[in-house]
Ligand binder design. Structure first.
Ligand code: FCB
Length: 459
């Protein structure tokens, strides 16, 4: 998809913006990034425990062992959300807390934690939104092939059912996977994330089994009477002067997940493109019917568009197998601490494209946010860069709603500074600052500003 830069963002750059009535405002986190308590109450090891202990994989050897100590401090964190006036909180359940080695009966003490958290949220008027898989696969399952093994998809559905049985009376909204693109292509094709395997073919195999796991989990959740069910994808509009380069990257980033889930088929051009790596024999009869079981919402994680150009001799980017001859980056835009370009118009374009190409599924922004090098000064954090990033993206989301996108809510990434995967603790995405030495929480200016946005239901 080729998009033109200025168009959409200009539409609504002034005046007061009000979001639709009932628009859901909240924040998101993930288990391994905030909980800590890595060995408590029977939790088993996950691939991120192993990976973060592998020399050279995570910045400065950081691990999630302690993280934000949310496992013990969750009442304080819920209070912070209540004080900010947030209506919803998206967190993930740690599979290895629920099933320490990925199969068999539940570990009740692991589920007890989420039970307490859900009650605490509800007592404070905050709606829990559960993500079942935010990357912390039980290590025992990885030892049997992880997501390259079809059986992992079946284990995932069992875990989904177990978790729903315990929390489903109080949790209405469930998302199965967070960003299967990252699990497959960062985890198995390029080795940048856990489990650190690096073969293009494995990326495609893992992607399919993740999708199958999603479909089987949707079935399991429906069978146990779940309210709303969906999946969260990380989607990026692709900007390019070169239609072929744009189609390749768009296929590998977006359509390889959107099409099976929402149309029941893999895109023909992606299947063709990947043939040099795989014969796709892991796709069995009936799989796509399972994968495309109707869902109630699509979770959208948006950070920035991908700008690409055709450039002869460019080596393949390992996270996009077969992308030789394509140069990545080069957007003319300000950057966050991750080096990601700040281009809010991409969110408008993305949401409008989803509304157009995949109509009928309500959208929820399950993540959007930015890392900056924040400092605490006299008990305050003046994070103007983040505040302006969020402001721009909310305006972009509003423009999409006006253009017809069925957007139901917005969850900022993240409530707290946390363990940013391979970057460890050095990248701060929180609207609340965490001092990792003292575990002191300090709401940043962006949090105070966001609280006001939530109160007014607009900007
Ligand atoms: C997303 C992840 C989330 C966080 C943000 C910055 O890809 O889902 O855990 O790391 O990026």
């Amino acid at each position: 998809m080729t998009v033109s830069a200025e168009k959409s963002y200009e539409i609504q750059d002034s005046g007061v913006l009000t979001f639709p009535e009932g628009f859901v405002w909240g924040a998101a986190t993930a288990a391994y990034q905030i909980e800590g308590a890595a060995r408590e109450d029977g939790r088993g090891p996950s691939i991120w425990d192993t990976f973060s202990r592998t020399p050279g994989k995570v910045h400065a050897g950081h691990t999630g062992d302690v993280a934000c100590d949310h496992y013990h401090r969750y009442p304080d964190d819920v209070r912070i959300m209540r004080d900010l006036g947030l209506a919803a909180y998206r967190f993930s359940v740690s599979w290895p807390r629920v099933q320490p080695d990925g199969s068999g009966p539940a570990n009740p003490r692991g589920l007890d934690f989420y039970d307490r958290l859900v009650d605490e949220l509800r007592e404070n008027g905050i709606t829990p939104i559960v993500t079942l898989y935010h990357w912390d696969l039980p290590q025992t399952l990885e030892d049997r092939g992880g997501w390259t093994n079809r059986e992992t998809a079946e284990r995932f559905a069992e875990y989904a059912a177990i978790t729903h049985a315990r929390l489903g009376d109080r949790v209405e909204t469930w998302t199965t996977l967070n960003e299967p693109w990252c699990s497959a292509f960062l985890g198995y094709a390029s080795g940048i994330h856990a489990p650190g395997r690096a073969e293009p073919a494995l990326g495609f195999t893992a992607a399919h089994h993740l999708l199958l796991g999603h479909g089987l989990a949707v079935q399991a959740l429906r069978a146990s009477g779940a309210g709303k069910v969906g999946i969260t994808l990380n989607l990026s509009p692709v900007i390019s002067d070169d239609a072929e380069a744009a189609a390749i990257v768009d296929g590998l980033q977006n359509r390889i997940f959107l099409d099976p889930v929402l149309r029941g088929e893999y895109p023909a051009d992606v299947v063709e493109h990947a043939r040099r790596f795989t014969d796709w024999s892991f796709v069995r009869d009936g799989d796509l019917e399972i994968i495309s079981r109707p869902t109630d919402l699509l979770g959208v994680n948006y950070y920035h568009p991908q700008t690409v150009a055709a450039r002869a001799g460019e080596p393949a980017n390992p996270v996009y197998p077969g992308s030789e001859g394509i140069a990545f980056g080069g957007a003319d835009a300000p950057r966050t601490a991750m080096g990601w370009p700040v281009q809010p118009f991409g969110l408008t374009d993305l949401l409008l494209r989803l509304a157009r190409d995949y109509p009928g599924t309500p959208l929820l922004i399950t993540e959007n946010g930015a890392a900056f090098d924040d400092v605490v000064e006299d008990g305050e954090v003046h994070d103007v860069g983040r505040l302006s990033y969020l402001d721009g993206h909310l305006r972009a989301a509003h423009a999409a709603i006006q253009g017809g996108a069925d957007l139901r809510g917005y969850l900022v990434w993240s409530l707290l500074d946390n363990f940013e995967w391979a970057e460890g603790y050095r990248k701060r995405f929180g609207i609340v600052h965490v001092d990792y030495g003292t575990q002191r929480r300090t709401p940043k200016d962006s949090a105070l500003w966001y609280s006001e946005v939530v109160r007014r239901n607009g900007l």
